[in-house]
Ligand binder design. Structure first.
Ligand code: ADP
Length: 393
């Protein structure tokens, strides 16, 4: 204890049978009194439990010792500034801050500070409420919410692909049929045994390999899309992401006489995204666009990708379909809003959540020539990702 420590009140103030003495001994929250230089005058038993310092170790010491180093330097300035201007950040208000225990560990606490006069001297009364347990609960709850969200996003993805499963079967069947035909041709040619035919066999086997490659690609895309995985972001090529999503989401579109165009701006920088989730958004928008054009005379689907300012790329998906029904327009991005007999109405809600979790935005507008345009943006660099991380805390 600092030997010069001398509180400005008589000793009996804190005696066990005085009101104040009883109050600070029995309080569950930490109670501290500091003088106008920040020196600790009173430090109750709850503070001992919270900060691990014994009373004798802190009385007369600057209250800074109970704060993490990063706050310590500012504290004197803050106190001086408050005394001069009366401008408060905690005093009279209270807020969540961090405390530091004797062993150096840091814990969250709610600190409220009152400002008063005692025996002619200015004092500050701090009440400290430990938030560690609450934070742990909150963290566990957030982790739980996050895993539920990932689960839902995955279920939606499976359902999305389920809707094109007939098309996928057809798409896979094409290279398989071609392989069968080539294999039969190779067998016939090799049976003749002449040299010229053997050369042809070589070429035919090359074609079998090409078709097997094609089938393998379809399977790879599906497997990547359906895989259950924790969200992971990486720098990626938006053009490739859109190409893959179009290959999956537009299966069968050619058969419905839909003309599709992808017009990416040249030289786009890498995006920082969860590839599969962005594909999920695209597949959803593409499927919706295709369905909206089922009865349309003009069936044109245009996808673009272009820079939007310094740190974003904007992707648009425009169709010439029936447009958004008035009845649902104002609630379009809410879950379970659908006009389809077999629709779940979760595609757009999930898409918007995915984009917002990437720090982007998703909007819709009418296509001037009839139909609908969806727009969304994704970040291209670490700075944008940083903003998003801060927002999610
Ligand atoms: P679902 O496709 O299961 O209905 P979504 O959330 O993907 O769920 O879409 C919700 C509703 O939004 C659709 O039922 C449809 O009415 C409307 N919608 C979405 N995309 C378009 C579009 N491109 N053109 C017209 N309406 C659309």
């Amino acid at each position: 204890m600092d030997m010069n420590f001398a509180p400005p009140w008589p000793e009996q103030e804190l005696s066990p049978d005085s009101l104040f003495g009883c109050l600070i001994r029995t309080a569950v929250d930490g109670i501290m009194v500091i003088d106008d230089l920040g020196l600790i005058q009173v430090y109750n038993a709850a503070c001992v439990r919270l900060f691990q310092y014994a009373e004798a170790e802190v009385l007369g010491q600057n209250v800074k010792m109970l704060m993490p180093t990063s706050y310590r330097d500012q504290h004197d300035d803050y106190l001086a500034h408050f005394k001069k201007t009366g401008e408060a950040r905690i005093i009279g208000i209270g807020r969540e801050v961090s405390g530091q225990r004797k062993d150096g560990s840091i814990f969250p606490m709610y600190l409220s500070v009152g400002d008063g006069m005692l025996y002619g001297k200015r004092v500050f009364i701090g009440i400290v409420h430990d938030l560690s347990a609450l934070y742990q609960e909150r963290e566990a709850y957030e982790t739980h919410l996050l895993s539920l969200r990932e689960e839902l996003v995955h279920v939606a993805r499976v359902s999305e692909l389920g809707q094109v499963s007939a098309g996928i079967a057809h798409e896979l069947n094409q290279p398989l049929t071609a392989m069968l035909n080539y294999a039969n041709a190779a067998r016939r040619l090799s049976a003749s045994g002449n040299a010229e035919d053997m050369q042809k066999v070589q070429a035919v086997i090359g074609k079998v390999a090409q078709q097997a490659e094609r089938a393998g690609q379809i399977v790879r895309r599906m497997r990547d899309f359906l895989e259950k995985r924790a969200g992971q972001r990486a720098f990626d090529d938006i053009v490739e992401i859109v190409d893959d999503a179009m290959a999956l989401g537009l299966i069968g579109a050619k058969a419905s006489n839909i003309q599709t165009h992808f017009e990416p701006e040249a030289g786009l920088p890498a995006v920082l995204v969860d590839r599969v989730q962005i594909q999920q958004v695209l597949v959803n928008l593409l499927r919706n666009a295709v369905e909206a054009m089922e009865q349309a005379e003009r069936r044109q689907l245009t996808v673009t990708a272009a820079r939007q300012g310094e740190d974003r790329i904007e992707v648009t998906v425009a169709d010439t379909g029936h447009g958004i029904a008035d009845a649902i327009a104002s609630q379009l991005f809410k879950p379970f809003i659908t006009t389809k007999d077999h629709g779940m109405g979760i595609g757009l809600a999930i898409s918007k959540t995915i984009i917002e979790a990437h720090g982007g935005t998703m909007t819709v507008e009418p296509n001037p020539g009839g139909g609908t345009i969806f727009r969304f943006s994704v970040p291209v660099d670490a700075a944008a990702a940083q903003i998003e991380r801060i927002k999610s805390h």
